[in-house]
Design a protein around this ligand. Structure first.
Ligand SMILES: [Zn+2]
Length: 241
């Protein structure tokens, strides 16, 4: 592996937007940033990876600005970190989220309508798009195939994530969910959102406030990413040998 894998880490909320707030006053934005920073450290210490962060401090950045930032950089994977909330205090546990089919189909249609060249595709695909500017069917087919591929990556990765989160924080079964979330809606990179726990659950609020627990979550994400990419690398090696 010569080229480093670039992971974009997105700490949800920030600044005037605290995100969910716990009964003891813990703010989601603080937990998200702490986990993002721990994850950054782990990934940067591994020569396989490099990272970029959508926010590095307690600043407000809109979802659109985050998307623009992600689109400007060459990124292999986006990991967005959040904590959940519920009116029911008893609800707890981590969960994983990827983009819904409906939302991605809408994003693909919008992209095709704009009909402008951008750096959202790899060079080979961009060349095909440029050479077939008016062939909407061809372009849509290519983007649909790309979406299927992204989804496959997200599904594989979610298995690794739920396995490692289970090991590290011993939470109950971790579900994979689909949603129409702006941060996950870039058409060109696999994106996954992790709800690390319920900040409105007293036990989880207490855990999420500690550095030890934040480190455990970051470690689980790091190991999951590492295992996923090592597996991919082994599979590719087999294919080409
Ligand atoms: Zn959130």
């Amino acid at each position: 592996m010569n080229q480093k894998i670039t992971i974009a880490i997105d700490a949800g909320h920030g600044g005037k937007d605290p995100g969910a707030i716990g009964h003891r006053g813990l703010q989601e934005k603080t937990v998200n940033l702490a986990i993002a920073n721990e994850l950054k450290k782990l990934l940067n210490n591994d020569k396989m990876f490099r990272t970029i962060l959508t926010r590095k401090n307690d600043s407000y950045i809109s979802v659109n600005k985050r998307r623009e930032f992600i689109q400007k950089h060459r990124i292999h994977l986006l990991v967005s970190i959040h904590a959940n909330s519920s009116k029911k205090k008893g609800v707890s546990g981590a969960s994983l989220w990827i983009i819904s089919n409906n939302r991605m189909n809408r994003e693909i249609s919008n992209y095709l309508k704009k009909n402008q060249s951008s750096n959202l595709l790899c060079n080979n695909l961009q060349n095909i798009f440029n050479a077939n500017k008016n062939d909407l069917f061809l372009k849509k087919t290519i983007l649909d195939l790309q979406f299927n591929n992204l989804k496959k990556i997200e599904l594989d990765l979610s298995k690794h994530l739920s396995e490692e989160l289970n090991k590290q924080i011993k939470t109950k079964k971790i579900d994979l969910n689909y949603a129409s979330l702006g941060i996950l809606s870039c058409i060109h990179i696999p994106s996954i959102l992790i709800e690390t726990g319920f900040i409105t659950n007293l036990v989880e609020e207490k855990k999420l406030s500690t550095t030890a627990y934040q480190k455990k979550i970051a470690r689980a994400i790091y190991i999951a990413l590492k295992n996923y990419f090592i597996n991919q690398w082994k599979l590719n090696k087999k294919k080409f040998n």
